[in-house]
Design a binder for this molecule. Structure first.
Ligand code: TXA
Ligand code: MG
Length: 345
């Protein structure tokens, strides 16, 4: 897992591309980003086009140091300032009132903007050399699994993105924790590797989940992070039973589990991702990509344990396994699979 600086020549080529309004894919500690010059609305529009992302889904502006925050943010609450100080550079995105010059293309026309200082040597190298903000979503097609290796970006955008900076495997593997600091009470809009209790240790007033009275931000609720194979989350003790529902009919099954299988089966591809939440999260997207290629009828994911260390992984799995992915195979099993998170009666 080589996370090192890249030769400066490669960085300068990427900077030139950004200045020319082209897209550059780059590594961060969370996932790879698909970046454009945040001051160039035409360049930022290309991101939406290439990803197939609706224009109303706002992007994160990446900067290399909080001292540039004022270029993007009109004001940051004292809570937001504390969080920035504690976690930047790192896997935290803050949402705040936008500065007047921030393009509507980035914010989706909202009065707020999302900003983060990533903690990856190559991302920082690029941002230093570029000297401005880089607007970047995860470097995957809309609704698909985020890339955690340069080769994943290549698979997605072989023809469209010429410059893909290779910074090795992303250490965190899941997207940043997003905290809205727009109201008095800071709110976690997307769980990530920085947990609620870590946030509260710095800022005790932080709440989980968006303000129920605030309008929903597009992209925060819709189905996301999905492989093409239908995904179902299954309680641990039912896993083998559900697997055999399919394999007994000669249908292929892909399984992402926290343990090895009880028995092997020629119709089954099983990945044991282990019980460590950091390790599980780091490899989650790569594992989903591998299992998606198994040619299976369904991708079964063993439910992850309770506890906040699993919050981010649980959130992504819930979104990957939306109700539209429920395959009707056996009525009573389908009923509890549909009721994700609930164990069977
Ligand atoms: O770890 C990450 O955050 C990665 C790396 C590349 O930095 N980026 C990432 O970007 O995950 P993306 O576009 O895939 O997800 C950005 C999320 C979206 O769910 C979007 O709704 C939310 O950030 N967002 C952006 N601007 C916002 C705003 N003004 N208010 C609320 N949410 C916002
Ligand atoms: Mg994304």
């Amino acid at each position: 897992m080589a996370i090192a600086r890249l030769p400066q020549q490669q960085i300068l080529e990427a900077v030139e591309a950004l200045r020319a309004g082209e897209l550059v894919a780059f590594p961060t500690e969370t996932v790879y980003g698909l970046g454009a010059n945040a001051n160039d609305p035409e360049a930022v529009r290309k991101i939406f086009k290439v990803k197939g992302r609706p224009a109303t889904h706002p992007l994160i502006v990446h900067i290399d140091h909080p001292r540039y925050l004022h270029r993007w943010v009109r004001e940051l609450s004292p809570e937001g300032q504390k969080l920035a100080e504690a976690f930047w550079p790192g896997p935290l995105t803050l949402v705040a009132k936008r500065a007047p010059a921030v393009s509507d293309v980035i914010t989706g026309g909202q009065d707020t903007v999302a900003v983060r200082v990533p903690n990856h040597p190559v991302a920082l190298q690029l941002l230093h050399a570029f000297g401005g903000g880089i607007a970047a979503p995860s470097a995957n097609r809309y609704g698909r699994v985020s890339p955690t290796r340069a080769e994943h970006v290549r698979e997605e955008f072989e023809d469209e993105v010429k410059i893909i900076l290779d910074g090795g495997e992303c250490k965190v593997g899941l997207e940043s924790t997003i905290v809205s600091c727009v109201d008095e009470v800071p709110r976690v809009l997307r769980p990530g590797s920085i947990s609620l209790s870590q946030l509260r240790a710095v800022c005790p007033s932080v709440q989980m989940g968006p303000n129920p009275n605030a309008p929903r931000v597009p992209g925060s609720t819709s189905r996301h992070y999905s492989p093409t194979t239908p995904v179902n989350v299954v309680p641990s003790r039912r896993l083998e039973q559900v697997v055999s529902e399919f394999t007994s009919k000669g249908e292929k099954v892909a399984v992402l589990a926290l343990r090895p299988p009880a028995t092997t089966n020629p119709y089954m591809t099983w990945i044991n991702a282990g019980m460590r939440p950091d390790h599980y999260s780091r490899h989650l997207y790569a594992n989903l990509r591998t299992l998606d290629k198994a040619g299976a009828k369904i991708l079964l994911v063993e439910e992850v344990p309770p506890g906040e260390k699993w919050d981010a992984a649980r959130d992504r799995l819930r979104r990957a396994a939306s109700a539209e992915n429920i395959v009707t195979y056996d009525q009573d099993i389908a009923a509890w699979v549909a009721d994700f998170g609930e164990d069977a009666p």
